[in-house]
Each structure stands twice: as C-alpha cells, then as structure tokens.
Write a protein that binds this ligand. Structure first.
Ligand code: NAD
Length: 335
C-alpha cells in the first residue's frame, strides 16, 4: 500500500483534486442518474479520506469541495426547479460508538442541562419537502443541492402514504423520506429483468429514479411509500417543543411517521437502541442504512445551528460497511 504523505502540501493538493473528481463523478451517477457504480461504503471511505486531508490542510480546502455541498452536484434534470426557503441539509455521519459518543459529549458542551435525544431509524430513501396550505398539499420537491430541488408535485400524488389533505387546515412545510419497500423493489427489478431493462442497484436509487420522472404515471406504477420526520419551524408553526412530540403530531395530522423512535439520554441507551434496531433490520419491510440521533428539544436546534451542509443537532450512525480496499487513480489505502 502506498503511504500517503500528509506533510507535503503539493502532494496533498494533487490527491485532494483526484479524490474530488472521483467523488463528483460518483455523486453524479448516484444523485443525477440514480445509478451508482460503487458501493456506498466505498464512496464513504473516499469521502472520509478527503475530509482527513482537508482537516490536515485547511488552507487547501476548495470552497466548492464536495464536502461543503449537499448532494455534491447541481440539479440538471429536466424537472421544473423549486427554491427551498429553508435549505434542505444532509446529515453528519459517524461509523462507530466511539465517534458517536464524542459527538454527544461535544454537543453537550454547549448546554448546562443534560441533553435528551430522540433516536430514529435512518430510512434509506430520498428526502422530500411537502408544502401544505390551509391543509391542502400544494407542492412537493426533492432536496437537490439543498437550495434548489426538483418539482415532483405531479408525481407525489401517486405516493399513497402522502395525504393530499391534512386532518387540520394548517399551512406548514413537512419534510421526510420517500422510499421503496423491499418487496416492491424486488418485483420492480424482476420485471425490469424480464423486459431486458437495467435493474436498480438498491431500493434508494429505485425510489429516486421512480419519483424523479417526467411522466408521473411511471411513479404511479412504482409503489413508493414515505415517512415524515420534520416540520420547518415546528416550535412556531405547530407549537411543538420536542422532536418526539413532533412525530406523534405528524401522525395526528394524517402524515406517515415512523413510530420506532426512542427518547434516550445516555450513550448506553443509544447503544441499546442501535443494537436492538440492528437486530430487527432484516425483518423490516423497508431499508434502513443507520440510526439518526437528534437533540430532542427543538429550541436547542436553533441554538446549535447548522454548518453549510449538516445540522449540528443531529448525527447519523451508519451501519458498519463491509471491509474493503480502495484504489483511486494510483492512491491506495484501507480505512
Ligand atoms: P445521507 O443519506 O447519508 O444522510 C442524510 C439524509 O438522510 C437526509 O437528507 C435525509 O434524507 C435522510 N434521512 C433518512 N432518515 C432520516 C431521519 N430519520 N431523520 C433525518 N434524516 C433522515 O446523506 P446524503 O447527503 O443524502 O448522501 C450521502 C450518502 O450517499 C453517502 O454517505 C453515501 O453513502 C451515499 N452516496 C453514495 C454514492 C455512490 O456512488 N455509491 C454517491 C454519492 C453518495
């Protein structure tokens, strides 16, 4: 394995550029074409390597770096575009209990009272924003680059879980995840194989490819589902104080909310939740790629704020990837 010299800025700059180009290509294949050519674990390793180099050489960080952008690309599809009033962000991620504990310890430092967290499943789909006016669904859009997404209002009406009308005449923006249930994914790929069409790599890409269609009738055939987990400015728009309360309120409004969440305080609680959800993972009818830990008190979200890419009040614990060796244009390492 070639040793990567972290002391030489010229070599670091060259490597950072190579990694950047590689990640941009993978991001385009994944987000734009819904057709990844590498496993997520491989993408994550290369991404982490770029982050390490950027941390070691902050003066070399390109403001357009993929680490500074949601989705890592500008949306180029033919669907109409929608500007998000409040950016749709990604999530920071950790891959071990140690990293997760560090995140919890650091987050706690901003507060004197002991933090309570809401632990949720990380649904393996694509993010969606739904705008309701006086209780009626008027717009649906994808996350895109976080600031500008794609208008999928015509498509979303074919996602049965999404109510066209809330149980109360509220004007709110709800966010969550569109996913393809495992069974629908298997039968979609079987039928594509029979028709000699390329199959989808995973349910996440199948969901994205099925929603981001110019012809909504294609979306209709794909049997997508949804879980919602956020309301923009919930303390004011819904008079809600905590994330756990919000999930209950979403269900009361007729929106699909996942009820496998748990309110947790200690790292032991979090670890127990992770272990128990990991054990149930295969029995779920939908895919999950990790656990999301969120500070439960919504007023603390405002205090903690966001980076350009991720909220500081939440973190994704990603399920451990398979051990793999990665080779990118002459650079080789294992993480
Ligand atoms: P992400 O998917 O790791 O996490 C952020 C997203 O999680 C949010 O935007 C939201 O849509 C979703 N989410 C699901 N459940 C949630 C919940 N309960 N609460 C809040 N959010 C929830 O981040 P990303 O920026 O969408 O994608 C990055 C990941 O995509 C990478 O880590 C990599 O694994 C994968 N990727 C793979 C390739 C590839 O070529 N294989 C390319 C690009 C990206």
């Amino acid at each position: 394995m070639t040793e990567v010299a972290l002391t030489d800025p010229t070599e670091a700059a060259q490597q950072m550029e190579k990694l950047q180009l590689q990640l941009q290509q993978w991001a385009k294949e994944y987000y734009e074409n819904d057709s990844p050519t590498v496993e997520d674990a491989e993408y994550d390793k290369v991404y982490k390597r770029l982050q390490e180099l950027e941390a070691a050489f902050p003066e070399l960080v390109n403001p357009d770096s993929i680490t500074q952008q949601v989705g890592g690309h500008k949306t180029k599809s033919e669907l109409p575009k929608v500007e998000h009033d409040v950016p749709m962000l990604s999530l920071g991620d950790v891959f071990s209990m140690d990293e997760l504990t560090n995140w919890m310890v650091n987050t706690q430092k901003s507060f004197t009272e002991e933090l309570i967290y809401n632990a949720e499943l990380k649904i393996d789909g694509l993010a969606i924003s739904l705008v309701y006016q006086e209780g009626l669904l008027v717009q649906a859009s994808t996350r895109g680059d976080g600031n500008v997404g794609e208008d999928v209002t015509s498509n979303i009406k074919y996602v049965d879980d999404i109510p066209k009308k809330l149980s109360e005449p509220l004007s709110i923006e709800v966010r969550g995840e569109i996913y393809m249930p495992k069974e629908a994914f298997v039968s979609l790929n079987e039928s594509r194989e029979r028709d000699g069409l390329p199959t989808f790599a995973n349910p996440r890409n199948a969901a994205a490819g099925s929603l981001r269609q110019l012809d909504p009738l294609i979306t209709k055939k794909r049997k997508l589902s949804a879980f919602m987990y956020q309301v923009v400015d919930a303390p004011r728009s819904l008079n809600i104080k905590t994330q756990s309360e919000l999930l209950i309120r979403l269900s009361q409004l007729g929106l699909p909310a996942n009820n496998t969440n748990a309110v947790v305080t200690s790292t032991t609680d979090v670890e127990n939740y992770i272990v128990s959800q990991t054990n149930h993972r295969d029995s779920l009818s939908y895919g999950i790629d990790g656990i999301v830990i969120k500070v439960n008190n919504l007023s603390f979200h405002e205090e903690l704020g966001n980076t350009v890419k991720v909220p500081k009040w939440a973190i994704a614990y990603k399920f451990p990837p398979e051990e793999a060796e990665t080779i990118i244009q002459g650079i080789e390492w294992t993480v």
